[in-house]
Each structure stands twice: as structure tokens, then as C-alpha cells.
Ligand binder design. Structure first.
Ligand SMILES: C=C(CC[C@@H](C)[C@H]1CC[C@H]2C3=CC[C@H]4[C@H](C)[C@@H](O)CC[C@]4(C)[C@H]3CC[C@]12C)C(C)C
Ligand SMILES: C[S@@+](CC[C@H](N)C(=O)[O-])C[C@H]1O[C@@H](n2cnc3c(N)ncnc32)[C@H](O)[C@@H]1O
Length: 360
């Protein structure tokens, strides 16, 4: 091969690699690119250790049952997955019913706007996002409703990402992000006009604790809506296929134990809420929420090659390959959970703190 052909071949290979990793590997137009995958707040050389530590929780299930260890376990999980989620899914870390003729982005946004529409808040009111991630829902909800949103997340890396995105979107005055535990929030009693949580309270070891904390910070008469991860009435604890799926979902998503759909309203009432509505938003005629996961399978293979190559080149931390593989398997358990109908990530509950709230 002469020098010129060699030069052209090398340029073509270099361009192909650049396209495969940097262009094709990004979930959204302005999304995270693969070359920036990190272990969140964990330094690159500690990602593998932290991944092993994450799994050790499941080898000692008693520790997950010990409520005080859970926030640290969830924090580790989000250090490991936040960049991969942003890269491969976007800034909203939740599912939504698929809408015929609509993009994933539009379906996601519609699901977020529905939550704040239920809260019936007026522009300028102050609302809480319990478990805000990197703030995809917060920004959509602030723009749609005109409300001021205060988000809380246990993960400091997410706080920084969310603040950066808020600034880029020009929403930093309307959207505030706080690092903290939603089981003990640094907010005054009766200080919010509304609250929502999207696929976040499933991480709480005890739902009663987070619901009573949200109840405490709401003004009397204010509404709270939550999209909960639960097992449905089709789930049978004595069916080995069902238990395999649910255990797979719990392990790949840092869940201390999935709750059953019929526990949610009971717990809400127990802490003092009036339950106004309860509905599984995944039920027909809603389009399947898992179709986006299923459609992405080929992309996940491509992503796995990208992550492996980047880790091999020393651009991404080595442990990222294991984390990606874990998510790959989790996607399959979630899809099976959806297809069998034994699991839903969108059991919606709308509650009100009574005007004459009983003293806690
Ligand atoms: C509410 C929670 C998170 C829900 C979802 C946002 C995430 C659950 C599983 C995640 C993913 C699985 C497969 C990944 C894929 C292998 C990778 O190449 C690109 C990212 C994924 C698609 C990733 C994206 C986010 C999820 C869909 C839980 C944690 C309570
Ligand atoms: C799946 S993400 C959903 C994020 C966001 N609601 C969204 O839809 O994009 C769950 C979020 O809950 C947060 N979370 C879990 N346990 C928490 C806790 N004890 N205190 C505060 N945040 C918590 C996580 O840090 C993460 O931001």
C-alpha cells in the first residue's frame, strides 16, 4: 500500500471511530458523550471497588434492611450509573407510557407535565421534587407550570449536573437543587405549595418515612403526586419466574425491596394524607412503557462495544464496563416485568394534606 492509500485508510478508520464513539454514542442531541463517562463523584481508579461494594449489599441483605445504610448504597449506585443514564437515556431518569406518533422525548415530557397538572399549582408557587436526579422533570415542570421547583437528591454528582443543566436552560432562578436525604429534609414545616416524586421513593427503605416527611413540609391543603414502582396484582410470590424478574429489577436498580400496589394508598393514609386518586398509568389504553427499552437492544450492544473500547484505551474507568453490563441485564428484567404485567413503574397516587392537618 502506498503512503497516500495508507493515509486515506487511516483517516477513514479514525473518522469511523470518532463517529461510532462520539456521535452515535450520544442519546440526545445535546446529551452526554461516551468519552465523558465517569464514576460520578468516585475517582476513576475506585469505580470497580465501588461496583463490588454495591453488590456486597445484596450478599448481606440484612444491611439493606437496615434503613440507615440505604442512602449510602443508593448514593453509590447513582455515582456509578448517572453518566450512563444521561448518555443512553437522557436527563429524565424515568419511564413513560409510549404515545402513538410521538417521540420518546415528547412522551417523557407529557408524563412529567401530567404530574404537575394534577397538582393544580399556579405560577410562582413553590413545589418540591423529591428525588430529582439531574433535573429533567424539574425543568419541564418549571417551564410548563411557571412554579418554582426545589429538587432534592442524595447524590452530590447529580446536584452538580442538575445545576449545570438548569443554568444552560436559563432556569437557574426557577429551579433550585439541594443535596440531601428525602427521609430528613432540610426544609421548614408547611413550606411547599405542592410536591411530586417521579420513580424515586422506591429507593426508600420505608415508604412511611418519606411520605411523612413530604407531608410535614407541605402546606395544609397542598397536593402531592407520586409515580411509584410496585408489583401488580398479577405478581405471585410463589412463581419462580416472577421472583427471578422482581429480584433482577431490585438488584439492578438499587431497591431495598419492591412494594406491592395495594400498600401505597394504605401508607399514604397512615401518615395523614387524603387519597384523591390512584391509578396504574401503564394500564391500557396506555402504550407499553417498556417498548423504548426493548427497541434499544441493538443500541445497547453498540454501547457495550463503545464502553469496552473506551475502558481499554483508558478513557473511561475500567469499572464502567461492569456497570454497563449490569444495566444491560436490568433492561431485560424490566422488559420482562412489563411484558408479564407483574410490575409497573408508574403506579400514580395523588394525595392531599388536609386543611385541618392532625398534629404529627
Ligand atoms: C427509576 C429508575 C431508573 C429507570 C430508568 C431510567 C433506567 C432503568 C434501566 C436503565 C438502563 C438500562 C439499560 C442501559 C443500556 C444498557 C445503556 O447502553 C444505555 C442506558 C440504559 C438504556 C439505561 C438507561 C436508564 C434506565 C432505562 C430506578 C433506578 C429506580
Ligand atoms: C430514578 S432517579 C429519578 C430522578 C428523577 N425523578 C427523574 O425522573 O429524572 C431516583 C432519584 O431519587 C434519588 N434518591 C433516592 N433515594 C434518595 C434519598 N434517600 N434522598 C434523596 N434522594 C434520593 C436519587 O438520588 C435519584 O436522584
Amino acid at each position: 500500500m502506498d503512503t497516500l492509500s495508507l493515509f486515506f485508510t487511516a483517516s477513514l478508520v479514525a473518522f469511523g471511530l470518532y463517529w461510532f464513539i462520539c456521535i452515535l454514542g450520544s442519546a440526545e442531541q445535546k446529551g452526554k458523550s461516551a468519552v465523558h463517562l465517569s464514576g460520578g463523584s468516585i475517582s476513576a481508579d475506585k469505580v470497580s471497588d465501588n461496583y463490588n461494594q454495591y453488590w456486597s449489599f445484596f450478599r448481606r441483605p440484612k444491611e439493606i434492611e437496615t434503613a440507615d445504610k440505604v442512602p449510602a448504597f443508593v448514593d453509590t449506585f447513582y455515582n456509578l450509573v448517572t453518566d450512563i443514564y444521561e448518555w443512553g437515556w437522557g436527563q429524565s431518569f424515568h419511564f413513560s407510557p409510549s404515545l402513538p406518533g410521538c417521540s420518546h422525548r415528547d412522551a417523557t415530557r407529557a408524563h412529567e407535565e401530567y404530574a404537575v397538572d394534577l397538582l393544580n399549582v399556579s405560577p410562582g408557587s413553590r413545589i418540591l421534587d423529591a428525588g430529582c436526579g439531574v433535573g429533567g422533570p424539574m425543568r419541564a415542570i418549571a417551564s410548563h407550570s411557571g412554579a418554582r421547583v426545589v429538587g432534592i437528591t442524595i447524590n452530590e454528582y447529580q446536584v452538580n449536573r442538575a445545576r449545570l443543566h438548569n443554568k444552560k436552560a436559563g432556569l437557574e432562578k426557577q429551579c433550585e437543587v439541594v443535596c440531601g436525604n428525602f427521609l430528613h429534609m432540610p426544609f421548614e414545616e408547611s413550606s411547599f405549595d405542592g410536591a411530586y416524586s417521579i420513580e424515586a421513593t422506591c429507593h426508600a427503605p420505608n415508604l412511611e418515612e418519606v411520605y411523612s416527611e413530604i407531608y410535614r413540609v407541605l402546606k395544609p391543603g397542598a397536593l402531592y403526586v407520586s409515580y411509584e414502582w410496585v408489583t401488580t396484582e398479577l405478581y405471585r410470590g410463589d412463581n419462580p419466574e416472577h421472583t427471578e424478574i422482581i429480584q433482577g429489577i431490585e438488584r439492578g436498580d438499587a431497591l431495598p425491596g419492591l412494594r406491592s400496589y395495594d400498600q401505597i394508598a394504605e401508607i399514604a393514609r397512615k401518615v395523614g394524607f387524603e387519597v384523591l386518586k390512584e391509578k396504574d398509568l401503564a394500564e391500557p389504553p396506555a402504550g407499553p412503557w417498556w417498548s423504548r427499552l426493548k427497541m434499544g437492544r441493538i443500541a445497547y450492544w453498540r454501547n457495550h462495544i463503545v464502553v469496552t473500547v473506551l475502558a481499554w484505551l483508558g478513557i473511561a474507568p475500567k469499572g464502567v464496563v461492569d456497570v454497563h453490563e449490569m444495566l444491560f441485564k436490568t433492561a431485560d428484567f424490566l422488559t420482562r416485568g412489563g411484558e408479564t404485567g407483574i410490575f409497573t413503574p408508574m403506579h400514580m397516587i395523588l394525595c392531599r394534606k388536609p386543611e385541618q392537618a392532625a398534629a404529627q
